[in-house]
Design a protein around this ligand. Sequence first.
Ligand code: AMP
Ligand code: MG
Length: 351
Amino acid sequence: MPRLETKLLTPDQMADAVRLLQAGEVVAFPTETVYGLGANALDTDAIAKIFAAKGRPSDNPLIVHVYQRSQIHQIAGPWDSDAGKLMNAFWPGPLTLVLPKQEVVPVSVSGGLATVAVRIPSHPVALRLLEESALFLAAPSANVSGRPSPTRAEHVWNDLHGRIAAVLDGGLCGFGLESSVVDCTEKPFRLLRPGGVTLEALQACVSGVIDGSSAAASDEAPRSPGMKYQHYAPTAAVTLVIHDPQLRLLRARVETAQSLGQRVGAMVVSENVALVPAGAMVLDMGPRDDLSRIAQSLFHLLREADAYSLDAVFVEGLPETALGRAIMNRLRKAAGGRILNGHETQGADER
Ligand code: AMP
Ligand code: MG
């Protein structure tokens, strides 16, 4: 693809971002989840540029970002009244709903499916961009496909400068993990990807939402095409160590890797920093009880592993409830199957 002169814009330069988007270019912008790589959702040429810039597989559909609820019937519907309840309860915010798609939505946006994923973000810069451009913006995470998602403008720059028209810098993303994705086209509704809105919060709003994202559910054909791809991974080999409260297994693995001459990192909660063997780089996730902070720092820490040229990173597992579900979902994918279980024979694979 031709090399572009990527502009780094501040929110004061919103008009430049609007002009580029209206001209069919791709612009990265901040949202409350992660940075999005936006383009006019109804312009197939603009959408093709998103896939090219990211190297994203063409059957992995995009989320369409919308300014306000009254516009949604233009691209999606009809929907069940329970989907309306979720919209009322969680929009604007980190919840994406999969709905039947209208004809105008290009097949490249829907990955060839008859459905479209829609969300109203809450980030003020994202909302201004949607309002001032008067566009529907299709926007996947603004990283090279497979890499950790970007939570700072510099992450986007490192991955995509020269490949997109501009990056709109809105500082640090507030939440730091992608939106929850709920399929509302069939009852019971299914959580396809855990994210900013927890399963518990969804179930409290609408009865019968089921978890379609867990390890058990992954034996079925994936409903969310993105579920089948490797994700969120730095170059360093990530190993997730679960059920290991004293970090016995994690420490043993760190020491073994060090003895092989590897540069090793340990990503642990603040309370366990002192347990990390000498010489290993500490990637401090934050206090155990502050899951919001852990979520916000997660992708940055995975990128730090590459900034320090680590060969291997061992990550402490967390309980899989509430926000822990979204955090562990990303860590499992970053680990790509390298999961060790402290409850089992030392070194046994979880699978
Ligand atoms: P990203 O854009 O990188 O945040 O990923 C968007 C996620 O939403 C991916 O996992 C997609 O597979 C999923 N998604 C988008 N559209 C649909 C759809 N129509 N049906 C099911 N999942 C979808
Ligand atoms: Mg992504």
